[in-house]
Design a protein around this ligand. Structure first.
Ligand code: NAD
Length: 499
């Protein structure tokens, strides 16, 4: 029986008025487990009105008091880790161990946000001339929209929302319509932590809900994470409506394996980063790039049997390696791309199509898949597959590997496996990629650093979390102040200088 789901506006569950809805599935069984209301622009407008009011008093709340609420929220997240992981598993499909990793990466940013009194400190200069003191302060923007993807339904709403709220804004999360349960749980935890109603809102829906956020005159900023096509649209539409927009988008992440790399470590890294979370991570490794034929042969020899032995399974099976994909459409799309790879002439070493499991016959599973002899003109190389599919390409030289990586339209993450410091250093300087791992296959920076890709993996010029998030979620005001005793007599018509 499908559960009726709601929006969360002004601290309570709200049905909405659109009359439109969508289904939420358990990807392991294919069952419909929820009916989700899709907001109309009137629903979104109602949420924005509530958030505008809430932002006024929250933005005026003393910064240490805001931090105290975030501390309390952090404790509740830790206490509710298991319950959150269960919701993630049921709606997204990821294994409990993977879900707990995601939750921890969300908590990391909440812990960073607890430091807001320090992070939001402004700048001050005493007597910059004529006894004027000059200071700059960071103020909240008001209502911030966060449009988030299905693959990290706890972590990404927290990455944006915790920082937006710490900075004194109200936040409206238009979360993914595929797995809305976790952002709703976060809403209840924020309320328990003492966050005033209306500061964290969750409004569900599709393009209509997104468009009303992008064009709403009372929403000055939009943070987006999702696919490149949608992200580019969000960036252009939001910017055309005078908003600041940051959009973190799709990826095709390469891992270069140099001849001197430890091959066992490289294979372990490819299994974890290529097939973990069924490859549905923006930092998944989807292309293995062994340099030279000898390296490629040694890699394939060890990698193929490991891929063959990966098991599929539901989120609550601790022995499962690969969880189901998010929807039947995603499963179909990935299987079509595998067929396309065969048509294009790639060598399909392990075929995950048609993977089935007793008791879960209607689940959206694709098994671990491995291609060799992939070339740069193939669609399976150009497109983000977002499934458990790894392509191996074998450039004859390191230089060829680097230019291939730089020629790809995406630039989110990359890794190099080598024991040679010179190579690692050269590689880090040479690639036009946002996040680089040296013997680290998924180089997602920690909360106190910035996260973000390059090229068409990101639109907008600020990064996620870290110090850049303070800049994104605040506006700067600069005050020049002089007291009457410092004012010289007489009107000055010339442009003021510090003389
Ligand atoms: P998606 O682009 O389909 O959806 C993202 C959000 O946009 C959702 O809230 C969705 O409802 C909304 N949306 C979808 N279609 C829309 C449209 N036509 N107009 C307006 N809004 C629309 O992405 P997804 O499938 O949920 O997530 C997977 C994608 O996200 C992958 O491409 C992945 O690489 C990317 N991603 C990127 C990062 C990053 O940091 N770079 C992180 C996670 C995921």
């Amino acid at each position: 029986m499908a559960e009726q789901l709601y929006h969360w506006i002004g601290g309570q569950k709200v049905e909405g008025t659109s009359g439109r809805s969508g289904e939420v599935f358990n990807p392991a069984t294919g069952e419909v487990i929820g009916t989700l209301p899709y907001a109309s622009s009137a629903d979104m407008d109602a949420a924005v009105k509530v958030a505008v009011e809430a932002a006024k008093s929250w933005g005026a709340t003393a910064v240490p008091k805001r931090a105290a609420v975030i501390f309390a929220f952090r404790e509740l997240l830790v206490q509710n880790r298991d319950a959150l992981a269960e919701v993630l598993g049921r709606e997204h499909g990821k294994t409990i161990a993977d879900a707990k990793g995601e939750i921890q990466r969300g908590i990391d940013v909440v812990e960073f946000a607890c430091g807001i009194p320090h992070l939001i400190k402004g700048e001050f200069n005493s007597n910059i001339g004529g006894e004027i003191d000059l200071f700059s302060v960071r103020e909240p923007l008001g209502v911030v929209g966060g449009i988030t993807p299905f693959n990290f339904p706890v972590m990404i709403p927290l990455w944006m929302g915790a920082m937006a709220i710490a900075c004194g804004n109200a936040y409206i999360n238009k979360c993914s319509e595929r797995d809305p349960g976790a952002p709703m749980m976060l809403a209840e935890l924020w309320q328990k932590a003492g966050l005033p109603d209306g500061v964290w809102n969750v409004v569900h829906g599709d393009k209509e809900a997104v468009d009303s956020l992008l064009t709403h005159e009372d929403v000055p900023a939009i943070s987006f994470v999702g696919s490149t096509g949608v992200g580019e649209y969000v960036y252009q539409t939001g910017s055309a409506h005078n908003k600041r927009v940051q959009a973190f988008c799709g990826a095709k992440n390469h891992m270069v394996i140099m001849p001197d790399a430890d091959m066992d470590q490289a294979v372990d890294a490819l299994i974890g980063a290529g097939y973990g979370s069924a490859g549905e991570r923006c930092m998944a490794i989807s292309v293995a790039v062994p340099v030279g034929q000898g390296t490629a042969d040694a890699l394939i020899e060890k990698l193929a049997p490991r891929v063959e032995s990966l098991t599929i399974g539901p989120y609550d099976d601790p022995s499962a390696d690969i969880n189901p994909l998010i929807t039947a459409q995603a499963q179909q799309r990935v299987e079509n791309l595998i067929a396309r790879g065969v048509e294009e002439g790639a060598d399909l070493l392990v075929d995950g199509r048609g993977a089935r499991m007793q008791g879960y016959e209607n689940g959206f599973f694709v098994g671990g898949t491995l291609f060799n002899s992939v070339t740069t003109e193939m669609d399976i190389y150009k497109q983000e597959i977002f499934g458990p599919v790894l392509s191996v390409m074998s450039p004859s030289s390191y230089e060829e590997a680097v230019s291939m990586i730089n020629d790809h339209e995406y630039g989110n993450g990359v890794a190099v496996f080598t024991r040679d410091g010179d190579t690692a250093r050269h590689f880090s300087n040479a690639v036009d990629i946002g996040m680089i791992g040296v013997n680290v296959p998924i180089p997602v920076p920690m909360a106190f650093h910035n996260f973000g890709g390059a090229k068409r993996s990101k639109f907008g010029d600020t990064q996620m979390h870290g110090p850049e998030s303070i800049r994104f979620f605040t506006k700067m005001k600069t005050i020049s102040a002089r007291w009457p005793s410092g004012i010289k007599e007489g009107a000055q018509l010339a442009f003021p200088t510090n003389g």
